[in-house]
Design a protein around this ligand. Structure first.
Ligand SMILES: Cc1cc2nc3c(=O)[nH]c(=O)nc-3n(C[C@H](O)[C@H](O)[C@H](O)COP(=O)(O)OP(=O)(O)OC[C@H]3O[C@@H](n4cnc5c(N)ncnc54)[C@H](O)[C@@H]3O)c2cc1C
Length: 375
């Protein structure tokens, strides 16, 4: 006779996946809910946008031993239960890791403005970018927070060098509401990004004001108004909370308030990864770390194990410079969490050899989800 699973994990991104593995290895009975039992590697979006890879190549089936995987979307969370496909399942704790949702930008049909920030969206954008033979391509960060702070700068540099390789008369501009790129991490990384963009021929405009209502209708309006129309405007859409955790939000932020164990105000419900209001960047390392912290807290509450999670995460963000070269920002918190602990920042300059590191990171990401292939 099967017993009801004790812990539900929702989402198979870095946060949910790490939580599920930690819970299973700690002796809990785990049910994981993931759409189509798949997971998408978000950093692949840039290569997909320029037509150098397919979205499918960055999607993998989740096949983990010793836990139940339910292909589908969780629809609701209540203390002690979750609803999937209209049916409630009883659980003793929930770790929700749905990431962030993206607002729709304009129409999905042809037009000069489109939005994406994942490989699937990038695949729809690729033919539109490929059709640009001259003129301006704008990359617009519509609002903060957004996933992976350096990545839009990487997208702009990748497009600029991609166009130059094709000898196209294309000018790439980046617009951001930030007063300085990645300003919450100090000035160093922003200075590095601005210099890199200048080197790639990308013009950066800081402090741009983008009207969210116009954006939803497919128009980008800015202050100050820019009279040079772009042939294509790529928008990093406003990031919203998943509807699943909307009831846990407070104020205007799309991030769910959590305590230091990633527990929410709802009993037995933890929110981890990009969806949680933690002081760390929206990046893979901090997401995975939060999954570990929450899993350890759940295991301790269930009396199954008493593990010690690391005190702070490390973020490794690749910076695409185009033409196959990647730099990397490594951010750690040796003095403890912000705002008291200052981030320790290491900048690795762009090199073609680092493309292998990018591929290796993807390989590790995929291997974590594909235990079945190794059986
Ligand atoms: C273009 C780009 C480049 C990036 N580059 C880097 C990088 O170089 N380094 C780095 O560290 N980070 C990078 N990131 C950021 C990193 O990918 C994210 O921070 C990380 O994926 C967040 O993990 P997560 O588990 O919280 O959410 P996600 O990875 O978004 O996963 C959430 C999962 O939950 C699922 N889900 C959502 N709702 C439900 C539901 N109701 N029921 C069930 N499942 C649900 C989703 O389908 C998804 O699979 C990049 C992101 C982007 C977009």
């Amino acid at each position: 006779m099967s017993t009801a699973p004790n812990v539900a994990v929702i989402g198979a991104g870095p946060a949910g996946l790490t939580a599920a593995r930690r819970l299973r290895n700690g002796g809990a009975s785990v049910v994981m809910v993931a759409p189509e039992a798949t997971s998408e590697y978000l950093p692949g979006a840039l290569a997909v946008a320029t037509g150098d890879a397919s979205a499918a190549s960055y999607r993998t089936r989740v096949d983990l031993a010793g836990l139940e995987i339910v292909p589908g979307r969780a629809e609701a969370i209540e203390p002690g239960r979750i609803r999937v496909d209209g049916s409630w399942r009883r659980v003793e704790a929930v770790v929700a890791a749905p990431g962030l949702a993206l607002d729709r930008v304009g129409s999905t049909m042809a037009g000069p403005v489109l939005g994406f920030w994942d490989p699937s969206g990038a695949e729809a954008a690729a033919p539109r970018l490929a059709a640009v033979e001259q003129g301006i391509v704008d990359v617009v960060i519509s609002s903060v927070p957004y996933r992976c702070p350096p990545a839009p700068y990487g997208l702009a540099m990748r497009i600029a060098r991609w166009a130059r390789r094709r000898e196209l008369a294309v000018e790439v501009r980046l617009r951001t509401p930030e007063r300085h790129p990645l300003e919450v991490l100090g000035r160093t990384l922003g200075d590095v990004l601005l210099a890199a963009c200048a080197d790639a021929g990308v013009e950066v405009r800081l402090g741009a004001v983008v009207d969210p209502e116009a954006l939803a209708a497919g128009a980008v309006t800015e202050d100050p108004v820019d009279h040079r129309r772009a042939a294509l405007t790529i928008v990093i859409p406003p990031h919203r909370a998943s509807p699943l955790v909307a009831g846990l939000l407070r104020g205007e932020s799309p991030l769910v308030p959590v305590d230091e164990r990633f527990a929410t105000e709802m009993s037995g419900v933890f929110v981890v990864g990009d969806a949680a209001a933690s002081p760390y960047p929206r990046a893979d390392g901090p997401a995975a770390w939060s999954g570990t912290v929450a899993a350890d807290a759940v295991l301790a509450e269930l009396g199954v194990a008493d593990a010690q999670s690391p005190a702070t995460p490390q973020a490794d963000c690749f910076v695409d410079h185009g033409d196959g070269a990647y730099g990397r920002f490594r951010i750690s918190y040796p003095d403890g969490p912000p705002p008291n602990g200052q981030p320790d920042i290491a900048v690795e300059p762009p090199a073609r050899a680092r493309a292998r590191d990018f591929d290796d990171a993807f390989g590790r990401w995929r291997a974590l989800r594909a235990e079945g292939a190794a059986r």
